[in-house]
Design a protein around this ligand. Sequence first.
Ligand code: MG
Length: 281
Amino acid sequence: MSKWPIGVFTSVDAGLGVHLEVAQDLHVPTMHLHAPHPENRSKEAAEAFLKRANAAGVQTTVVFSGFDGETYESIQRTAETVGLVPEATRKQRAAEFRSVSDFAKYLGCPIVALHIGFVPDPSTDSYKDLIATTRDLLDYVKANGQALHLETGQESADHLLHFIADVGRDNLFINFDPANMILYGTGDPIEALKKVGHLVRSVHCKDGTWAKPEVRGKEWGRETPLGEGDVGMETFLRTLKEIGYTGPLTIEREIPHDPVRQKADIGKAVSLLEELRAKIG
Ligand code: MG
């Protein structure tokens, strides 16, 4: 794969991504795929999707897992419902994640990813159990020939590094989403990228503006079209170069309620990234 191929976040029947056809129409060669609902994760379903993706000329580089019952309607509700952190659903979701790993394997995809949730304080029992659960999952995905990438945003860079070190497995890495650092108010994305860069193996190209200082971390910032937010896409790409990242630049635009605008915004994002890649790459 050439350096910095463009990608787009896609969905089959779940998540906020665009349909495969949009990636095809925009001539984007790679995608992150939000895993479908459980009933569409069979080997047959995966093979049928792989056929379509191959015909469209789009390669799946990461399969993302989400779970029923997650909501991002507010930061508070995100903390309560997202990922493996909520204890009531941890076991069941860990089992579900194994099926996502199998689905990714059927697609020939070597990376699975998720929002693990708001990692609790290291002194708690919940943290210790989360470490154990994550280790089990890492062993499972390793047997499938895969690495696991954690999406950034819900923790500061330091907290995330601490967690990854405590897990202590060699197939745990980071999917760096600079906009999430801003939207969740967890820290300057460029500084964070420099700190965790050695573990970054995939990225989202997403943009956003900070919430007002007095509500930062409590209320969402605002997601924007790429290049119109506070990330600074040129600085982001220059920093990716600095840390030696050469993988896909995967565009994420989370407005599935407006598919026409979503496709138009992604089209503009492709042009912006191609321009910056030519200048910096
Ligand atoms: Mg993201």
